[in-house]
Ligand binder design. Structure first.
Ligand code: GLV
Length: 322
């Protein structure tokens, strides 16, 4: 009997998903909570024909040189900036992602950050826990309204639109800036108005980022963009850390150029720019946009489905590089 071909899974997946892979392949799974180390990844990839990867795996030309048998990489994420697509294409390696299944969870988190920054949720929690809740007064611990305020959405793809749908329930006028403007009917449905970036920055009370990271979008929001925002505005980032110049963000917050920020992703994850943690007007989360049991389960199943299809010689449903 022929031995099943080996594949590598670099994160802990639900048993049922692993089982579907094990039926056809010999699976090496890094079933630990922490990301796989670079040295272990370079060592483990050598004989593998398939890789089910996490966003913490840096998949570059060097790694692919270690993997002469690799046919397909299935990234368990919608973003794939951790993969050098050119290096993969040069070697004829298929790459897929997991779009759609994490849209609602990520939009929920973006909206949590909108509410959380405006109403100072984490700061209030810290105050009560630390025994500093000592009085009520009419103008004490004030936040800002969310309902009726203007939301600026940068990147009106799946997640941007899902945030817009939530904002409708809060009667928020929506401005957006996107590579691909929406059809008129969709704009009307979402009550969203396409505007130039500078107008969006100048008129929005909340600016929420939903663009992928690329060489074009690195530091998309930097000192100049902060200077255009209202001093009462909040920046929300659930996309990718390097889309924001984090040093410029720290300075904008320290100098009260903007009112606050809700941040789930960082420029040099998991490190954060020192000083951010000292500011009460920033709400900091550990990259958990898609981190719900239901969503991560769907992402795992989708990544496994893509990998199985690609290795069987079928077209993976979510191929990025056809
Ligand atoms: C998570 O960050 C993703 O891109 O899915």
């Amino acid at each position: 009997m022929k031995m099943p071909a080996p594949i590598l899974v670099t994160g802990n997946l639900p048993a049922s998903v692993l089982d579907t892979l094990k039926r056809e392949f010999q699976v090496e799974c890094h079933a630990e909570d922490r990301p796989m180390s670079r040295s272990k990844l370079l060592h483990s990839i050598r004989d593998k024909i398939g890789l089910l990867s996490m966003i913490t795996d840096d998949i570059d030309g060097e790694l692919l040189d270690y993997a002469p048998k690799l046919i397909m990489i299935a990234n368990m994420a919608v973003g794939y900036n951790n993969i050098d697509l050119e290096a993969a294409a040069k070697r004829g390696i298929l790459v897929s992602n997991t779009p759609g299944v994490l849209t609602e969870a990520t939009a929920d988190l973006a909206f949590s950050l909108i509410l959380g920054t405006a109403r100072r949720i984490a700061e209030g929690d810290r105050m009560v826990r630390e025994g500093r809740f000592s009085f009520w007064a009419p103008f004490h611990f004030l936040g800002r309204d969310v309902s009726g305020k203007t939301l600026g959405i940068i990147g009106m793809g799946r997640i941007g639109k899902a945030v817009a749908r939530r904002a409708r329930g809060f009667q928020m006028p929506i401005l957006y800036f996107s590579r691909n403007p929406l059809e008129k009917t969709e704009e009307e449905e979402l009550n969203a108005h396409y505007v130039p970036l500078n107008n969006l920055l100048g008129e929005s009370d909340f600016v929420s980022l939903h663009i992928p990271l690329s060489s074009v979008t690195r530091h998309f929001i930097s000192e100049k963009e902060f200077s255009l925002m209202k001093t009462t505005a909040f920046l929300i980032n659930t996309s990718r850390g390097p889309v924001v110049d984090e040093k410029a963000l720290l300075e904008a917050l320290q100098n009260r150029i903007i009112a606050g920020a809700g941040i789930d992703v960082y420029e040099n994850e998991p490190a954060i720019t020192p000083g951010l943690e000292k500011l009460d007007q920033v709400l900091l989360l550990p990259h958990v946009g898609s981190a719900t049991l239901e969503t991560r389960t769907r992402m795992a199943a989708m990544a496994a489905g893509n990998l199985l299809a690609g290795l069987r010689g079928e077209a993976p449903p979510n191929l990025i590089n056809p």
